[in-house]
Design a protein around this ligand. Sequence first.
Ligand code: BTN
Length: 271
Amino acid sequence: MLCGHGTKTGEVVPGKKNHMKVGSWEFIELVQVDSTTSFLKREIMAGKLDLAAVTAGSQTAGRGRLSRKWLSPPGGLYMTVSVSPNDPSKVPVIAHVACAGLAMADALAHVAGIEARLKWPNDLLVKDRKLGGILSEMVSGPRGPRLLIGIGINIESAPSLENAAYQSTSIAREAGTPLPLARDLAKNFLFKLHAWLDLMKKNGYVVIAEHWKALSATIGRNVTVIAGNEKIEGRAMDLTKEFELVVETGQGKVNVGVGDCLHMNHQRRCR
Ligand code: BTN
């Protein structure tokens, strides 16, 4: 197994090696857990952790967006980090999640030489295959509201996705370099996340939207977006500063705030 996780299921492994500080985050490595997001949520609600990053060697009940399962066998990065969101009336929560997408793209380039692009709203793609995804949720802890950003990245293998519209890929498949350790990718991500959040604090979230657009795999593509009961088809033209996708349809422009986005003309799943 690539990462140096400890021994017991869902238990915080004590000692410097598995429980340390990375920047302002407590960095905790678990062997196996139901879901790093569920774990961190419980710990924050119980007042045991606050600003923390939790990784697990595998997850038994990994969760994806839209109530999908996230298959989490050993050999991937499964990580959830909590951040203290800026005043939501000034900075939308989604801007923090966008910082995480940018940070992971940076970390993948740094640690594995991989050029990942961002699919709206929160996927990391390499050549139109899904390398990873992000799931966020808010939790209320004794020290205030915290945003939980959960990220899954395929390192060794590419487990199939419950949403069969996309093929998955892995670092092993895409990188020409030796495989990075999950721990190195996680730590590099945290350093980059800190930098992006800092930039947002200093320069505002519009700057983050601009960077996100520059790395977007969605803008300029023909898309189908499922938003609740609605199906919106057209060309993705832009991203608003509130991170809504602007889709040019036959009936004019539509701004979509949440939804499942499919790029048209991409390689369909064949297994
Ligand atoms: C998606 O559907 O694309 C988002 C997947 C997010 C998976 C990660 S793995 C770490 C964290 N724990 C979970 O249960 N889910 C997220």
